[in-house]
Ligand binder design. Structure first.
Ligand SMILES: *Cc1c(COP(=O)(O)O)cnc(C)c1O
Length: 422
């Protein structure tokens, strides 16, 4: 049944972020269990990147499967304009309880990029509804917020966005905050303030840029300045949310509260596509009106799909369990020991960690980039060793599901050490 999947795939499928002509062989996966994926030949792989950062509790988790299966027999989908359902109400209630107290309302979409689109529209229309025209956005250098046009616009310009350059809207890019550069950043904010609709940022870890990290105190200081200037803040927790940083949300490290937050990826434990944009009553109230023109005209066919909401409820239940919190701590501790061991390694330029996220920057002579040759060398090597690690250029990173065993973690570390000697 599976033996010709590769050929059939090649005939009909176009894969994401893939140059189809030069791509190496793809691997048909036939099943998953816990931290493992199994291919059509019976080979086992440790999913050290949580299948593009989404899987929290492992593949084919029986509890999530059971809950979704029950829901599938009750209500699989209903239009979310004019109707509601238990899973969406329960999920919003449960999530808001875990977020900063100023997060009051939940808007559903179906992936990370659309969660960002909604957040941007909320901020731009917030100004519009008040009779103001604010069309510029403030964002970090090296940012990544998704692949739809709005999300791409607020992402750092790169080879990914190059063909669309002239069609992206105007964004003021600033460096991530440090102890030193804050006065400079504040000046840039002041200069553009009357035209800025909002500031959007990945808190603490810039994932797609290669797991670049900044400090909570510095981000808090920047947020404090934005707050003092009434500049709306969109905190993109799509990658870092749901335990990745060692706390439930990156916001738990911060003093200031954002106006809007975006979630996806780990939201459903990695089982269904679902996006959430939460906002404060300050935002919500600017749309709340007898005037039809002040409506947020946005929605997707599958907004708040009951199956996806059910999966998210089950995943969050698992996440809050003591065992899972201990797993997160265990991964943090193991990563930390390994990071210490690596710090002195001659082939390592930089090691950084935030919670369960570990990144190693390999020493190279050329400029660091996504197209760095290290990817071509290391990716197949790790696969041959039964590990899925997708280096971002010369940056190797681990974002494992929380169920990964200590033995498997240590096996990955040993294999990395071997790869460094190759
Ligand atoms: C992955 C990601 C997105 C986009 O989410 P998709 O579901 O892939 O559209 C947005 N922001 C951040 C920080 C991400 O890591």
């Amino acid at each position: 049944m599976y033996n010709d999947l590769k050929e059939r795939d090649k005939a009909v499928n176009w894969h994401p972020y893939t140059q189809m002509k030069t791509a190496s062989d793809i691997i048909p996966i036939v099943r998953g269990k816990g931290a493992y994926l199994f291919d059509d030949k019976g080979n086992r792989y440790i999913d050290a990147v949580s299948s593009w950062w989404v899987t929290l509790h492992g593949h084919a988790h029986p509890y999530i499967a059971e809950k979704v299966s029950e829901q599938l027999h009750v209500l699989e989908q209903v239009i979310f304009a004019g109707f509601t359902h238990e899973p969406a109400v329960q999920l919003s209630e449960n999530l808001l309880k875990l977020l900063p107290e100023n997060q009051n309302k939940v808007f559903y979409t179906d992936n990370g990029s659309t969660a960002v689109e909604v957040a941007l529209k909320m901020c731009i229309q917030y100004a519009h509804n008040k009779g103001l025209k604010k069309t510029k956005i403030l964002a970090f250098n090296n940012s990544y917020h998704g692949d739809t046009f709005g999300a791409m616009s607020v992402s750092s310009r790169s080879i990914w966005t190059q063909p669309f350059g002239e069609m992206l809207f105007e964004v003021i890019f600033i460096d991530v905050p440090t102890k030193e550069n804050l006065p400079e950043i504040n000046e840039i904010i002041d200069e553009h303030l009357d035209q800025l609709a909002c500031f959007i940022y990945e808190p603490l870890v810039q994932g797609a840029a290669g797991m670049l990290m900044h400090e909570p105190e510095d981000l808090s200081a920047l947020m404090k300045y934005c707050r003092s200037k009434n500049l709306l803040m969109i905190q993109d927790e799509i990658f870092v949310g749901f335990g990745r940083t060692g706390k439930l949300f990156a916001t738990d490290y911060l003093i200031e509260q954002p106006d809007i937050m975006c979630f996806s990826k780990g939201l459903t434990g990695g089982t269904f596509p679902l996006g959430i944009t939460t906002c404060s009553n300050v935002i919500f109230d600017s749309f709340y009106s007898d005037d039809a023109y002040k409506t947020l005209f946005h929605g997707h066919s599958f907004t708040a799909n009951p199956l996806a909401c059910t999966a998210a409820l089950a995943s969050m239940e698992l996440l809050l369990k003591e065992e899972t919190q201990e797993d997160i701590q265990r991964i943090y501790n193991e990563h930390k020991k390994f990071a210490k061991e690596l710090a002195l390694h001659p082939n390592i330029k930089n090691v950084r960690q935030r919670g369960t996220i570990l990144a190693l920057e390999l020493e190279i002579t050329q400029e660091t980039s996504y197209f760095n040759k290290q990817h071509e060398r290391l990716y197949p090597y790790f696969l041959s060793q039964g590990i899925i690690l997708r280096p971002l250029g010369n940056i190797l990173y681990l974002v494992p599901p929380y169920c990964i065993s200590t033995a498997d973690l240590r096996y990955i570390y040993q294999t990395i050490l071997k790869a460094l000697e190759l």
